[in-house]
Design a binder for this molecule. Sequence first.
Ligand SMILES: NC(=O)c1ccc[n+]([C@@H]2O[C@H](COP(=O)([O-])OP(=O)(O)OC[C@H]3O[C@@H](n4cnc5c(N)ncnc54)[C@H](OP(=O)(O)O)[C@@H]3O)[C@@H](O)[C@H]2O)c1
Length: 339
Amino acid sequence: MPPTNKQVTLAARPSGMPKEPDFKLVETPAPQPGPGEILVRVLYVSVDPYMRGRMNDVKSYAPPVQIGEVIGGGAVGKVIASQSPQFIAGDFVEGMFGWQQYAISNGKGVRKLDPSLAPVSTALGILGMPGLTAYFGLLDIGKPRAGETVVVSGAAGAVGSIAGQIAKIKGCRVVGIAGSDQKVAWLCDELGFDAAFNYKTTPDYAARLEELCPNGVDVYFDNVGGAITDAVFRHINVGARIVVCGQIAQYNAEKPETGPRLLGHLIVKQARAEGFLIFQFASRYAEGLKQMADWLKQGKLKYREQFVDGIENAPRAFIGMLQGENTGKQLVRVADQQS
Ligand SMILES: NC(=O)c1ccc[n+]([C@@H]2O[C@H](COP(=O)([O-])OP(=O)(O)OC[C@H]3O[C@@H](n4cnc5c(N)ncnc54)[C@H](OP(=O)(O)O)[C@@H]3O)[C@@H](O)[C@H]2O)c1
């Protein structure tokens, strides 16, 4: 049995961009499973943009993390002791185990993984919540048709990189927006995007979109909001679908931003903007995961994972992700898979 459990807790509510002192590393006695429970050694921890919202003391779809509480979040681990009939020691599992080395679970919401299908870390990326978000957001909300133009913001991240590839599978022209030249090259040279641009070095987003989307924009998969989204709205076509997936440009805002009022475009273009939460598709996760695994096996989808080592470095990985240091899915490697 492990002697102690290193955990990362919330030390202070961040103001603006989180800082490392907003988090605290604590060591507690390792937990023991009770009847019906499993003990999980955490292997990989996910850092996700939604966690930033949970660090604020405001009501949302998930309750806020309390000061002193372990940061919650998706993780992949290995069962090392089981008092549950559903699991045995050695099972690889994915669940909301949080930023810690060891977790106890009653098995609710825990998914058993097949390590022969793909590396188990993909259960936090392409074969997990981000992949499902791209799949259902693009296909069910965006409803792309072959020949249409799809623009993806946050295009080189976990969700965006997959949404763009699915749009290519569906026969669309795909244009990505991302924050570095290396990301732009990855999208175009490796993932098959038709075009992309670096918003950090592009002075006029609307002019660049006009060049790259000569037939206008039919589907906009929005991960970021803000000025990028303002520019895309100016190019939407009649009947466009705007998939409001995320608004990361605003997650660290200290006061609400005002910007161009965009709803008039929806009238003139008879367009639809629709927000969604991945949980609304929970009854169809199996369908999404099967299709994504098939595309992965057929070589139609590619993915990239980026690792930071050690649970104590989870805050750094999280802050780095918010600042765009990741290409593809950002993960924290907590322990060796063979351990
Ligand atoms: N609706 C849902 O159910 C759901 C589920 C999962 C995720 N999401 C949302 O989907 C979006 C992407 O999530 P993810 O997990 O795939 O994260 P991610 O894209 O892997 O990482 C976040 C990325 O956001 C970009 N970014 C940060 N600040 C920005 C800004 N001010 N303007 C433009 N881009 C900025 C950075 O890339 P650059 O280098 O390009 O700036 C960074 O790499 C987030 O908004 C998230 O909240 C929604």
